[in-house]
Structure formats: C-alpha cells, structure tokens
Design a protein around this ligand. Sequence first.
Ligand code: AP5
Length: 213
Amino acid sequence: MRIILLGPPGSGKGTQAAKLRERYAIAHISTGDILRENVKANTELGLKAKGFMDSGALVPDDLIVSMMRERLIRPDCAEGFLLDGFPRTVPQAQALDAMLEKMNIRLDAIVLLDVPDDVVVSRLTNRRVCRSCGAIYNAVSQPPKQEGICDKCGGKVIQRDDDKESVIRERLAVYRKQTEPVVDYYRRTSGLLAVVDAVHSSDAVLRYLEAKA
Ligand code: AP5
C-alpha cells in the first residue's frame, strides 16, 4: 500500500497516519517529523530548516527532495509507505514521480483531507504533542489522561512552536498558494485523487479513508 495524505495544516494527516500505520504496518513518513527531529538534534538540515518552519514558510524544495530520496529507499518502505506532508509543491510532486519511476513502483491512493480554515485554527491552537514520541493530542477533544504527560511513553506533552495563531494563518496561506496546486496536479495527472470530508470524528474519517484508499 503506497498512499499520499494531502491536506491543510491541522486536517488530521498525522492523526490518521498513526492509525493507518498501526492497522497496515507500513512506514509512516512525515516530513514535518523528520525536520523537527533534525532541528532538535541541531543537524545541518535542522539548522537550515528551523527559520522557515518557525515562520510558517516551506523549507526549500532541494533540501526536502534530497531528504526524501534517501528516506524512500530504506528497507522499511519495501512493503509500502504513507506520505504525510510530502509533496507540498508541484516541483516536489514532479520529483516524487521521477523517484517512483526510477524505483519501478506506483502509488495506490492519494487522499485529500478537506477541512475549512476555522476548524484548522481551532484544532491547531488546541493541539499538543509528545516531545519524545510525537503522539498527537488535543487539549479539548483528546487530552492526555494526565495533564502534560504522554499516555504512550510518559514523555512531556507540549505545544508546537508553529501552533501560534499568527503562524497558523501563515501556514494556511502557504498551503493555499503552494500546496493546493499539488491537488490540481494530481487531479490532472493521476486519476487516483479522492477527497474525504475530514471535519468528522477521527474514527469516522478513518472509515472514509479506508473506503477511498
Ligand atoms: P508538518 O508537521 O507537516 O505540519 P502541517 O502540514 O502543517 O500539518 P500538521 O502537523 O500541523 O497537521 P496535521 O494535518 O498532521 O494534523 P494533526 O493530525 O496533528 O510541517 C511543519 C513545517 O515543516 C511546515 O510548516 C514546513 O515549514 C516544514 N515542512 C514539512 N514538510 C515540508 C515539505 N514537504 N516541503 C517544505 N517544507 C515542509 O491534527 C491536528 C489537531 O487536530 C490535533 O490536536 C488532533 O488531535 C486534532 N484532530 C485531528 N483529526 C481530528 C478530527 N477528525 N476531529 C477532531 N480533532 C482532530
């Protein structure tokens, strides 16, 4: 199973990817998570990416494409993968097409999680994440059992630096300008694109997603 999850920030890509990963035992590749790990570890990539991420801008295509070129050839991708947050620009989508062609593999599904901006802002201002394992919570709809402590690993649950309202609005504007053209690109070129109304509960979204994927 090789799936791309598309959608604006806060549409639930990470939440759904975690559920699909458990169910199908395929690699979950989140470019946002890989970049945040690099920032935390002060790698060269992390140092280059941090300023873009903090302001809500996209990290330049050349950095992302070479990062993904290395990631997709790892053994855990052999049985399938789920791309969360990639591709995010048309040049990234074209680079992915070239990588898949070279590897002689095809995508099975491209799913767009569709949610309006007001839902995004409300979800993201209330989102909390585990600093250690990345588990996703919501202060209102899905809090950890013990405040500030991750249910899964006991790590500290925090708010992401880019989940401030001003940065969320900028990420939404970037999504409309740079990532919506990717949706049109796949609509034109692949015939695989399915749209899921992602305003419903996360279990309902998972059911729609499984039906479409
Ligand atoms: P990234 O980490 O990919 O952020 P994003 O796309 O903005 O997506 P989010 O992680 O914010 O949201 P999500 O859709 O995963 O929602 P979630 O499941 O957490 O990227 C961060 C930055 O890295 C970018 O801004 C950019 O700088 C850089 N970057 C990353 N990839 C790049 C690329 N390819 N090119 C260039 N730069 C790149 O859910 C959100 C909240 O809602 C949670 O609290 C959750 O509990 C709740 N929730 C989820 N689903 C539901 C539901 N159905 N009902 C109620 N609540 C829900």
